[in-house]
Design a protein around this ligand. Structure first.
Ligand code: SF4
Length: 659
């Protein structure tokens, strides 16, 4: 390593924990403007700049299975996948990418391929001869991770950086010569020991991890680079991307971004979690390509990603409030919930509440409550209340003529309340704006507030008003944010309920759009409850509301599965195993179980999970208690039961309820 190179690394100061970037991560917090990135070519596909947001995914079969890889790639491409990634754990898979590529081309499929690399620079350099992009994980590209807590002096840290540069530069030069792109794909679960020693597994550490590799690209005048900052925790993921954008701006960089929530899981949970994380960033104009990682067939991810992107195709800043300054009353890089006043168990330190709506039912019966978590047992003559039971039901001007569960509050239109229900416990009025003058200043009431249109100042004299914040505009996130700022400026601490009614008849689109709009603002720390409505089954609306709160970790109502989408490295059937584990543990509310096909992201993501099930070899599973391996090489047949035993031994087991 020559002296000039050493000086370069020393002069480009690494980010310190306390150094938040000076630049804001977006042009305006109150208007959606796409972050202007440079354009990068991935073979025939361009991304970044003014290009549309690209959709990509990854194959799940072994890369040595040429036929299976080609067939799966074709299914993905036919579904609309624009970039296909395949794992290349060693040289032989990297060489086989050439065979897969030519098979695809011979069938008329020219979609660019990406080699996914962990640990093996030699495989990366081979793959760069055959594919259009190489993804490297800066946490393990040149590192044999020891999964130990190591201490680095300034000197040993610098030596490590020099070593990394020596390992990574040949790939950069090869990609430059071959016009191949590189994705520096940081993953929260697999940061290097070096980064962990200085930054911990923080968003700042994730950014510095990418920047170490990015500086080497820039130094070699190589700019065909895409970046990503994936995590299974949506808050960490959003903060990391925001920090990365701001850090790039501070350094006059604008590389395009690939977005994804890793190990999001499957089904509704996986969709909601992905939409919360990816959507929160797209709402702010960040993101040039996305992957919705699901523990499902890879082609199933594509329509989900497209539906999520569709939200932003019709987006317009059609009602723009110019706030007094372009600041926000919170840190976009540190989650902290807005301090609101607690009124009747709403706001303050209470978990966000969930609304349900029966206002269109003409004859409300006990069975209607089943859709939102209440089940009346006739033999026991009592209500069974699920962990995902809504807290308030809106009935408009209807009546309920049976005894409802004691925990359920009822919201009714003001006139109806005033005439019939004013003295009834648990019943609250919902006012429109022009009814405000009819209520006492000290009364507890809910009021509809259209963000950007109604005046916030009117609540100065109504300290017990709970706002139902709504907007029919597509730039809802920014309008809600402006209400947050205005309330802080006026010192108003009234609780705020976020309302949304995505205009779509498609249930999946409804879930994705609601998760994006509400998730984004909840991650900013704003909101004491959610109210979703739409022409969809009550059960789906209710599970979406609870799903969004679970995905933002604001209210835990079920077990969380941090399961990887699987890839060619996977050592067991992810979908089947996830289903088996879910079947046994779905009643363990609040427990987080990591299910990883291989060790790549294992220990890191275990930091976020209570228990882990990780493939370590054919038919062999390691079980984790948090970050520690506690059972090694358990045979796959026994591993699910061994996991249950482990949960039991640690006192986290409960027998499933029989109702
Ligand atoms: S954790 Fe899962 S998706 Fe990630 S590399 Fe391992 S098997 Fe593949």
């Amino acid at each position: 390593m020559c002296l000039v190179n050493c000086l370069f690394l020393l002069l480009v100061k690494p980010i310190l924990m306390t150094d938040f970037p000076k630049s804001p991560y977006c042009k305006s917090y109150y208007k959606r403007e796409r972050f202007e990135t440079s354009e990068v070519s991935i073979g025939q596909v361009k991304l970044g700049g003014k290009e549309p947001i690209r959709v990509q995914s990854m194959t799940t079969v072994d890369t040595m299975d040429t036929k299976g890889s080609v067939e799966e790639s074709i299914r993905m491409i036919d579904a609309g996948c624009e970039i296909v990634r395949l794992t290349a754990p060693s040289k032989k898979e990297a060489f086989n990418l050439q065979v897969i590529k030519s098979e695809l081309v011979s069938k008329g499929y020219n979609t660019p391929l990406v080699a996914d690399i962990h640990f093996t620079p030699n495989a990366a350099e081979i793959a760069a001869d055959y594919v259009e992009k190489v993804r490297v994980n800066p946490g393990n590209y040149a590192d044999k991770k020891k999964f130990e807590e190591l201490t680095y002096t300034d000197d040993s840290y610098t030596k490590e950086l020099i070593r990394i540069e020596e390992k990574f530069t040949p790939l950069v030069l090869k990609c430059k010569a071959n016009t191949v792109a590189i994705r520096v794909g940081t993953n929260h679960g697999s940061l290097s020991d070096r980064i962990l020693s200085r930054y911990g597994d923080t968003p700042m550490g994730m950014v510095e991890s990418a920047m170490e590799f990015l500086r080497i690209c820039v130094k070699n005048n190589f700019h065909n680079v895409v970046l990503s900052m994936k995590a299974s925790n949506t808050i960490v993921m959003v903060q990391a991307y925001r920090l990365l954008v701001a850090t790039m701006k501070d350094n006059n960089m604008n590389f395009p971004l690939h977005l994804g929530v890793t190990e999001a899981g499957d089904g509704e949970d996986g969709r909601i979690k992905s939409a919360v994380g990816i959507g929160a960033l797209l709402e702010d104009g960040i993101g040039d390509t996305i992957r919705v990682s699901l523990t499902e067939k890879p082609e199933a991810e594509i329509p989900v990603a497209k539906k999520l992107i569709e939200k932003f195709e019709s987006y317009s800043n059609d009602f723009f409030i110019n706030p007094t300054n372009n600041n926000v009353p919170y840190s976009p890089y540190n989650f902290s919930k807005r301090e609101s006043k607690e009124i009747k168990g709403i706001g303050g330190h209470s978990p966000p509440i969930v609304f349900s709506d029966l206002s269109t039912e003409n004859n409300i019966k006990p069975a209607h409550l089943y859709g939102f978590g209440y089940n009346y047992s006739i033999p026991l003559d009592k209500w069974n209340i699920s962990d995902a039971a809504a807290d308030i039901v809106y009935i408009g001007n209807k009546t309920i003529d049976f005894e409802i569960p004691g925990t359920l509050k009822v919201l009714v239109d003001f006139e109806h309340w005033h005439e019939n229900l004013i003295n009834r416990d648990g019943y609250f009025p919902l006012l429109s704006q022009n009814e405000l003058s009819k209520i006492n200043n000290t009364d507890v009431f809910f009021v509809k507030h259209q963000a950007g249109e109604d005046k916030i100042t009117q609540y100065i004299n109504h300290p017990n008003a709970i706002l139902i914040l709504d907007s029919s505009r597509s730039n809802k996130t920014h309008l809600f944010r402006s209400v947050y700022q205005e309330m802080e400026e006026l010192g108003l601490s009234n609780p705020v309920i976020l309302k949304d009614q995505p205009l779509t008849d498609d249930s999946e689109t409804f879930q994705l759009w609601a998760s994006s709009s509400l998730g984004s603002i909840l991650i900013d720390g704003f909101g004491d409850g959610v109210w979703l409505s739409g022409n969809h089954p009550i059960k789906l609306i209710n599970s979406t509301s609870f799903g969004i709160l679970q995905a933002t970790r604001l209210r835990i109502s079920k077990t969380e599965y941090i399961s990887c989408p699987s890839c060619g490295r996977t050592l067991f059937d992810l979908q089947e195993t996830t289903a088996k584990i879910r079947n046994k543990t779905a009643h363990l509310k609040g427990l987080k179980i990591g299910i990883m096909g291989c060790i790549v992201n294992g220990p890191g993501e275990m930091a976020d999970a209570d228990y882990g099930y990780v493939g370590t070899g054919p038919g062999k599973i390691h079980l984790y208690k948090e970050k520690t391996v506690v059972r090694k090489n358990v045979s796959e047949e026994d591993a699910v039961e061994a996991l249950i035993d482990l949960i039991r031994e640690n006192g986290d087991w409960a027998e499933p309820k029989t109702s």
